[in-house]
Design a protein around this ligand. Structure first.
Ligand code: 9GP
Length: 839
């Protein structure tokens, strides 16, 4: 279905009407127009959601000229394109972000209000696309924002999950998972492109043959095929014409597949098969950092990777005579190992479907892919049992064996007398049950490998990927993560952003290093006072929200101590709880104790099958129940668990925090990005020397950061000498009292068994070394409490945190990837005259 070619540049019609005009009156008319013609409603019958949809279409109409111009430009220009392959994109709501990028926030708000509607109420209707678990997916979304803002030709590829990350409810203190029906009322931000559907093969067998030139070839005869339908979402750059595409694939049954069954009259069988195919893109796996080798997950990965590579080849061949220069026109970034099967699939497409010889195909492949590792946890390193893999992807297993064969020959030459290296490096794990190691495939098949924070990259080199680093040191580099200041400052914290703009202008929104100019104002007492005032207002907003949602009153003058992230033992939410119980005991022992009033705020989801994480949620809620209702405490400490933490919630919470909890065991958190969002919103960090905390502390200054805990080296050393957590319990009175209180059933209505798994785990194993870090953490928390009493000094530290965080913009990260890995350059987009409007 080729596009028709009409010389639109010479077209005399100017597409300019109510659909694209920018005056308040035109926007008002356009809203009613969309309500009537797209939603099929009149203001009399429209629901809030109808109005939201009409509003979203009205915004979308105004971004199309940028999006279409970008596509037209890329289609006719030989630009090198970045392809970001990610099984997760945790986008967050689009509406306000798009209005900010288009610089249309004010006229839209005015137009809505002048129509007698409540702007915020309509905004709140948007269902966020929760197509990710946490940091990894959110990073992909920040990178899409920066790629567009920096005008880099790029396309994001992923899966259009029908159900994203589950909604979390808390019932009797326990997490309950509810299906996330984000597409229920339609998604106004996507456009289906069935004309670009791709066919994906699964299962079956391979057979060899000689082609007409008598060359030996292999063909894959699949057991079944699935259709991938692309759904495109525009990703606008901030105040530029570039609007890149996020292309997400939906699985549908392919016709040929149903055909046979229909022919033999098995209507129900055909429909059942159709449903089975569609499960591929049904639901996001809700596990973060814990990978189970589930067949459907491999199916999902191969499905979206195959669709995406075939799509890139289609686009490439529209502009180029052959695939010979594919690697010169595309850089494909593998976001973790989830898309690493792409290495074998590109080889297959080149060898079997485009008749390349092995060496040429391999040269193209290994110069196309680059791999980002995001984890140090062994349980998150993907590997697939060979039998599952071979049954689903027989041709890929052959190709992987062939890659491995050549690779191990290279290893033998490098280490002539070291057989052990072969076993360590092999793509096939043969130590027990056989597995395909996806990280090894990614390392062998890529020209670049990177970690996501300086410490993480060092640990990859010295530990997790040490053998690959020894073999290919030139492939390794660090690319410290970053976050987009558009969503995480301008959108979520308009008060603070406006205050900064008043002082130093708005260049920082695109050049975050310009925040440095705020440093001088840290010395201005009046400004410090004003800064703290702003923070109070933002905290009041959150307090109102908590009151409305949870019916709990919190004092905005108390210190807001926040830990929001996935619940995981290595992130140590339970260490935070140990400190809360310590404070509780102190007040109970001395009711007149002068403590700094604090509100401890938690939020985060646990993987549904992760027992300990779910028990930690129950523990937090149980401690909250006791502490919040104990008259002796008298509101000096409050504990809040915010249910259903997501991007939208993050936007409320980061700006309101005074203290950011970044308390993972050193050597466990690859980077973290929440740590950056907090600090950019003026929170101070209490943290270990883990992930990007190390670099944040270096940037903001050690004196503006509350450090505690063991270093990575100390963690390794203590472990090497047999760690005995009980020694810490026996030698610290406060720690002993805390664990004993939990053990007695004090927080579980007298049931000593409920939290026993947590207490026993800490006393007898403690893999994340909470007990070793307890004293240092509690002391650092005491220092936080003291420091908060000097509001003036706190304000100074808070301003300096913001002023010195420029490095942590995702724009900086993306520039680093462009310069060092992708070798891509910005390409500005012109909007053709026939598309220009009054903007
Ligand atoms: O756990 C890391 C987190 O530290 C990092 O900030 C994020 C983005 O790089 O990736 C997370 N990793 C995963 O979710 C799984 O590898």
């Amino acid at each position: 279905n080729p596009p028709i070619t009409v010389p639109l540049d010479e077209c005399p019609i100017i597409i300019e009407d109510d659909r694209t005009g920018l005056s308040i009156e035109t926007i008002r008319r356009a809203l009613l127009d969309n309500l009537y013609y797209v939603q099929g409603k009149t203001p009399q019958t429209a629901t809030k959601n109808d109005f939201y949809m009409a509003l979203a279409y009205t915004v979308r109409d105004r971004l199309l000229k940028r999006w279409l111009s970008t596509q037209l430009t890329y289609r006719k220009t030989p630009v090198k394109t970045v392809s970001y392959l990610s099984a997760e994109f945790l986008l967050g709501p689009h509406l306000i972000n798009n209005l900010i990028s288009l610089n249309l926030y004010d006229p839209f708000k005015k137009a809505i209000e002048e129509s007698g509607l409540n702007f915020q109420e309509l905004v709140d209707q948007e269902e966020e696309p929760g197509l990710g678990n946490g940091g990894l997916g959110r990073l992909a979304a920040c990178y899409m924002d920066s790629l567009a803002t920096l005008e880099i030709p790029a396309i994001g590829y992923g899966i259009r999950y029908e159900f994203g990350i589950f909604d979390q409810e808390i019932k009797d203190g326990w997490q309950v998972e509810i299906t996330d029906k984000w597409l229920q009322y339609g998604n106004p931000w996507e456009i289906a492109r069935p004309e670009f559907a791709q066919l994906v093969k699964f299962g079956g067998y391979t057979e060899s043959y000689y082609d007409q030139d008598h060359i030996y070839r292999v063909r894959w005869v699949p057991r079944y095929t699935v259709n991938g339908i692309p759904y495109d979402t525009p990703i606008l750059g901030y105040r530029v014409n570039t609007a890149n595409t996020l292309r997400l694939w939906k699985a549908e049954a392919s016709e040929s597949f149903n055909f046979e069954r229909f022919n033999v009259g098995d209507y129900y069988g055909a429909v059942r098969d159709k449903v089975a195919c569609e499960t591929i893109s049904k639901v996001l796996y809700p596990n973060d950092e814990q990978i189970q080798g589930k067949e459907l997950r491999l199916e999902q990965q191969f499905f979206f990777v195959s669709c995406s590579l075939q799509d890139m080849i289609r686009i490439h061949l529209n502009k180029n005579a052959s695939l010979d220069n594919f690697h010169e026109m595309w850089s494909i970034q593998l976001n973790d190992t989830h898309p690493a099967i792409g290495v074998a699939e590109l080889m297959r497409l080149l060898l079997d479907e485009n008749n390349y010889d092995w060496d040429t195909a391999w040269n193209i492949t290994k110069n196309t892919f680059a791999y980002t590792n995001h984890t140090l946890l062994p349980e998150a390193l993907e590997k697939w049992p060979l039998n599952i893999f071979g049954r689903m992807l027989p041709r890929h297993l052959e190709i992987i064996y062939a890659i491995n064969h050549r690779f191990l020959d290279e290893v033998r030459i490098h280490y002539p007398n070291d057989v052990s290296k072969l076993a360590c490096l092999s793509i096939i794990d043969e130590t027990g049950e056989k597995y395909v190691r996806m990280a090894h495939l990614a390392c062998v098949g890529s020209f670049a490998i990177n970690g996501v924070a300086a410490l993480h990259t060092e640990l990859l080199k010295s530990d997790v990927l040490r053998d690959f680093y020894e073999l290919y040191p030139e492939k390794f580099s660090n690319k410290t993560n970053g976050v987009t200041p558009r969503r995480w400052m301008v959108l979520s914290n308009p008060r603070m952003s406006f205050t900064i703009c008043e002082k130093i202008g708005d260049s920082w929104i695109k050049n975050l290093d310009d925040l440095r100019q705020l440093e001088g104002y840290a010395e201005d007492g009046g400004f410090r006072n004003y800064w703290q005032q702003i923070k109070k207002e933002v905290k009041q907003d959150l307090a109102n929200y908590i009151q409305a949602k949870l019916d709990i009153k919190v004092d905005p003058h108390s210190l807001f101590d926040v830990q929001v992230k996935r619940i995981h033992e290595y992130k140590r939410q339970h260490l935070n709880v140990l400190n809360i119980v310590t404070l509780y005991n102190r007040i109970k022992n001395n009711p007149n104790l002068d403590v700094t009033p604090r509100t401890f705020i938690f939020g985060g989801k646990a993987a549904p099958g992760y027992f300990m994480a779910k028990l930690i949620i129950k523990l937090i809620n149980s401690v909250a129940d006791v502490v919040n209702n104990d008259p002796v405490i008298c509101d000096r400490i409050k504990v809040i668990f915010l249910p259903d933490y997501n991007v939208t919630f993050g936007q409320r919470v980061y700006p309101a925090a005074d203290i950011s909890e970044q308390i993972s065991t050193a050597g466990k958190e690859a980077s973290g990005t929440g740590n950056m969002k907090f600090s950019l919103n003026g929170a101070l960090t209490i943290g270990t020397l883990d992930g990007a905390n190390v670099e944040i502390r270096e940037s903001v200054g050690a004196e503006n950061f509350f450090l505690f805990g063991l270093t990575t080296e100390e963690v390794y050393a203590i472990r090497a000498n047999r760690y005995t957590p009980r020694d810490y319990y026996n030698s610290d009175e406060e720690l002993k009292a805390v664990l004993d209180l939990i053990s007695t059933g004090f927080f579980s209505h007298g049931d000593p068994n409920l939290f026993r798994p947590i207490v026993d785990n800490l006393l007898y194993s403690d893999p994340y070394m909470l007990l070793a870090d307890y004293r240092s953490y509690v002391d650092a928390q005491d220092a936080v409490g003291c420091a908060y009493r000097d509001q003036d000094h706190w304000g100074r530290m808070s301003i300096l945190n913001v002023a010195r965080m420029g490095k942590f913009s995702s724009d900086r990260s993306i520039k680093d990837y462009c310069n060092d890995i992708w070798k891509t350059k910005p390409f500005a987009i012109d909007v053709p005259e026939y598309m220009q409007s009054q903007a």
